[in-house]
Design a protein around this ligand. Structure first.
Ligand code: C5P
Length: 401
């Protein structure tokens, strides 16, 4: 949810400012770019140098910067426009009151007034200040402007008193924003299982049977699902791909058997499952414990069937929307429809190897989506991220129908 987002963090002068070092780390870990504006008094609680090192951006405090004897202007309008999200944390009673009343006597406030993006604020103060009608008035006013409060938590306060007023913990602030941004997204609240990549079936300790799948299609489907608000379990066979997305749990496996087991461990909890992996259909019947030596003459490896993961998910289906892939070379539509029925699927994505640019390895794909009512939609050749969007559109229109 925060991946690639520009977050403008406004820090005002409360003791909780020291926690913003952790907050910045978490935002960056979630894939966001962070710029920081802080008030002069905030700099007494946390060092601008620490924050600029963590955020990899200069920390701004004044309208004017003096560097090497020359003056430059910190443009609050540009900063406000740069931000996809503005977060004021900690928001002190003083800063909240100024924000509520349009006071503009520091860079943080001028930037707040310039920002057109969603604004979140995390109040932090002593319990009696938090309860004071004038603070309540500021909070109500800010919410009436469409700004979102991340409520203070209860606990021991810097004063030694116990009560409500402690700034929400950094992890809770990040989770709050992620959940809030996710609301209204089409896959919000949905759990999705995706298989991706090839499987490797061991012959001996150094050799395996594999295939040319790179996992790109499955990874793109997972990324899109995460962006659309889902929580994703991505089960991938060996691939060089990686993914850094807060909503995606990547579980790496090697063989079809391992992929089968991980999928079944998660399946009961899922709303949607897409099998995009190129799972080996056969594996060596026995795995040599030592490296197989070469000998004169031919050599044979006896193979046995691997479990059909998609078929087994179909057989165990409760309410999940289940989608498979079919890579066909002849009688494409008929074969894909047969597979859809046999494996109890709700939809199948057909790639024909007759289409240039479709299938394994490449960066493009050309698909036909078929649902269980034999409704068929054929798409043009597109990039794999675009194909992932098309597939999700087809699924979403059916789960919300
Ligand atoms: O029957 P076929 O292997 O062509 O079906 C392809 C679909 O089945 C794909 O969605 C693939 O991920 C899935 N599959 C599987 N387990 C297997 C073989 C294929 O989940 N052992």
């Amino acid at each position: 949810m925060l991946s690639g987002k520009n977050i403008l963090l406004g820090i005002s002068g409360g003791i909780a400012a020291y926690k913003t070092t952790f907050l910045v780390r978490l935002l960056i870990k979630a894939g966001a770019q962070v710029k920081i504006v802080m008030t002069q008094s905030a700099s007494s609680f946390v060092s601008p140098l620490t924050l600029s090192t963590l955020s990899k951006n200069p920390v701004l405090m004044d309208f004017v910067n003096e560097e090497d004897g020359s003056l430059s202007w910190n443009n609050h309008v540009q900063l406000g426009l740069w931000a996809d999200i503005m977060l004021i944390a900690p928001a002190t009673a003083n800063t909240l009151s100024k924000m509520a009343n349009g006071t503009c006597d520091n860079l943080l406030l001028a930037t707040y007034l310039s920002a057109k993006c969603p604004v979140y604020f995390a109040p932090a103060m002593d319990l009696d200040m938090y309860k004071h009608p004038s603070t309540k008035n500021s909070l109500d006013k800010l919410e009436s402007f469409g700004n979102t409060m991340i409520p203070a938590e209860s606990g021991e306060l810097a004063s030694g008193l116990h009560g409500e007023g402690r700034m929400a913990e950094p992890g809770n602030i990040v989770a709050f924003i992620q959940e809030d941004l996710g609301k209204g997204l089409p896959l919000s609240g949905k759990k999705v299982l995706i298989t991706a990549g090839p499987t490797h079936e061991a012959i001996d300790p150094v050799r395996f049977l594999g295939n040319r799948s790179t996992g790109t299609m499955g990874f793109e489907l997972a990324k899109k699902a995460g962006d659309l608000g889902a929580k994703v379990v991505l089960v991938s066979g060996p691939t060089h791909l990686n993914i850094n997305h807060n909503s995606i749990q990547l579980i790496r496996v090697t063989s079809a058997q391992e992929m089968y087991e991980v999928c079944h461990n998660h399946y009961a909890d899922m709303d949607i499952a897409i099998c995009a992996a190129a799972v080996a259909d056969y594996r060596p019947k026995s795995i040599a414990t030592e490296k197989v030596k070469k000998k004169a003459g031919e050599m044979f490896i006896e193979l046995e069937r691997t479990p059909d993961i998609l078929m087994s998910l179909g057989e165990n289906k409760k309410n999940q929307f289940l989608v498979g892939f079919a890579l066909e070379t002849q009688n494409e539509l008929e074969n894909a429809k047969g597979k859809l029925k046999r494996k109890h699927l709700d939809g199948i994505v057909l790639n024909s190897l007759k289409d240039d640019g479709a299938g394994f390895g490449g960066s493009t794909n050309k698909i036909t989506f078929i649902d269980k009512n034999s409704e068929i939609k054929t798409f043009d050749l597109k990039t794999k991220p675009e194909v992932a969007s098309d597939i999700w559109e087809e699924i979403i229109s059916r789960i919300h129908a």
